[in-house]
Design a protein around this ligand. Structure first.
Ligand code: C5P
Length: 481
């Protein structure tokens, strides 16, 4: 960690300590996605351990009505996590300096320099310290830095920071490793024995699901013909000579397979993909293998043990309007909240499957020009499922190397877009900036990270928005060219 960041953390925490020690009630407001849920929970846990009076709630984004609620709900102080930029001045006007912001979104330079002029040590954003908030640290990671600066006993929250980095797809190093601050946080978690790291096949249910089911229901890849096809996955692996049951007739789970058997599983999947595209099969072989992060204190039978699955469960809670359940799980509830979270996850998977069936049922909903893929979810895709659909499709070998833009018409008549870089995308485009620029020019608003971003645009702006995106995507070069 740089000295500048360490100094900023000290100043930030001194302010927070003063607020808590003054007996003030602190309201945490966070984003409702998985990184928002984790970052809000990390801060809430740190405050709870300080004996603070606090509350935590999530919102879909900062906007005028959230600002109005801040003005009127009468809490003494606000901590805002994972909620982007642009609200410094309205906040100052509304509640003076009774707020702190923890974020990791990239702020356009012109806005960042304005914010810096008026920032009295109240905004903690890695980009201000030369750290890439898209790859090197999540909002949960930044909240963890605050928590451990407040008290080194909070180092156990490194497990939650690992979950949040995976939630924001920051496993972008070699074989899905972490880089930068995330790698440092992970090292702490490993040294405490609360996270272990192994190279393995990236599938859900590694310790709980029969392997063909793990393949069929994994949300980490989308393989046309296999995803959601339990029978097809069973036949594929059986025909490849994989022993799916043990000598007692019990289904075997991935954790029980030898290295040699795992290689055969990967080969079987890669050969299946090769039938439609040889190049994709090599990429698939690579993409299926990577580091898996196990939370050793979690029960083997739960979806919380694998940090990627934990992040998927939180994502489902947020998208299904139950972010509070996710927060309760992050803060330690392993009874009611965990049961509720698992039910939400099951129903989320059904909704996701139905959303994709509806889209694939009508071929015109997909348009692919070789560099960009547009997915039209108007009328069949709930707006809360948009990000989940774009994430899953971006894991499809069919769209490898491309930029994916999924859209739907929201209840208030605006269009919402969610964009992702697909597997093996070498284009240098920064989706966060691309969304900000194209939406911003049309009275919309957007942002995010290089690999994953979103925006909202007025209904009438659609015809200009799509050419803007396509033009910028076409200008984008391949990074290693
Ligand atoms: O909604 P989705 O999952 O596609 O969002 C991807 C990223 O883009 C998130 O980090 C989110 O905070 C950001 N985003 C944004 N402004 C929007 C929509 C999404 O900054 N209007």
């Amino acid at each position: 960690m740089s000295d500048r960041l360490a100094d900023a953390l000290k100043q930030f925490c001194a302010k927070l300590r003063e607020v808590v020690e003054g007996g003030n009630e602190v309201a945490i407001i966070s984003h409702l996605d998985a990184d928002g849920i984790t970052s809000g929970s990390v801060m809430a846990t740190a405050l709870r351990r300080m004996g603070a009076r606090y509350s935590v709630r999530t919102v879909s984004g900062m906007n005028a009505s959230v600002l109005e609620s801040i003005k009127t709900d009468g809490r003494d102080f606000y901590i805002i996590t994972d909620l982007g930029w642009g609200w410094t001045f309205p906040l100052r006007n509304a509640i003076g300096d009774k707020w702190l912001i923890i974020d990791h979104h990239q702020v356009p330079e012109i806005e960042a320099s304005k914010e810096r002029q008026h920032d009295d040590g109240q905004i903690l954003n890695p980009w201000n310290y030369g750290i890439d908030g898209g790859r090197e640290v999540s909002a949960g990671g930044m909240a963890y830095m605050v928590a451990t600066t407040l008290d080194s006993k909070n180092r156990d929250l490194s497990a939650m920071a690992t979950v949040s980095a995976l939630a924001d797809r920051q496993d972008q190093g070699d074989k899905k490793s972490f880089v930068g601050l995330n790698a440092e946080i992970l090292k702490t978690a490993q040294s405490l024995g609360i996270v272990t790291v192994d190279l393995d096949i990236i599938l859900g249910g590694r310790e709980t699901s029969p392997v063909h089911e793990a393949l069929a229901y994994s949300l980490f890849h989308y393989i046309e013909g296999l995803t959601w096809n339990r029978e097809g996955c069973y036949l594929l692996l059986k025909n490849a000579g994989i022993k799916l049951r043990d000598n007692n007739g019990r289904w075997r789970v991935l954790a029980e397979f030898s290295q040699e058997e795992k290689t055969s599983i990967v080969e079987a999947i890669a050969n299946f993909v090769a039938k439609s595209d040889k190049k994709s099969s090599d990429i698939m072989r690579d993409d299926l293998l990577g580091y898996v992060y196990t939370l050793t204190r979690e029960d083997r039978r739960t979806q919380l043990r694998d940090a990627r699955e934990f992040s998927s469960l939180l994502n489902a809670c947020g998208r299904k309007g139950s972010a509070g359940v996710g927060i309760a799980i992050c803060m330690g509830d392993r009874n009611t909240a965990l049961n509720a979270g698992e039910e939400i996850m099951s129903s989320f998977k059904v909704t996701l499957r139905n959303s994709l069936s509806n889209i694939f049922a009508e071929k015109w909903r997909l348009s692919d020009d070789g560099k960009t893929v547009f997915v039209n979810g108007d009328g069949v895709l709930e707006e809360d499922m948009l990000g989940a659909v774009s994430t899953l499709l971006s894991r499809s070998p069919s769209f490898r190397g491309k930029l994916l833009f999924a859209r739907t018409l929201s209840s208030n008549g605006t269009y919402k877009f969610s964009s992702r870089k697909c597997i093996d995308c070498q284009l240098e485009a920064n989706l966060g900036i691309l969304m900000q620029e194209c939406a911003g020019a049309l009275n919309g608003e957007g942002g995010g990270h290089s690999e994953a971003a979103g925006c909202t645009i007025p209904n009438h702006a659609l015809e200009s928005f799509i050419p803007c995106i396509k033009a910028k995507a076409n200008d984008s070069e391949v990074t290693n060219a």
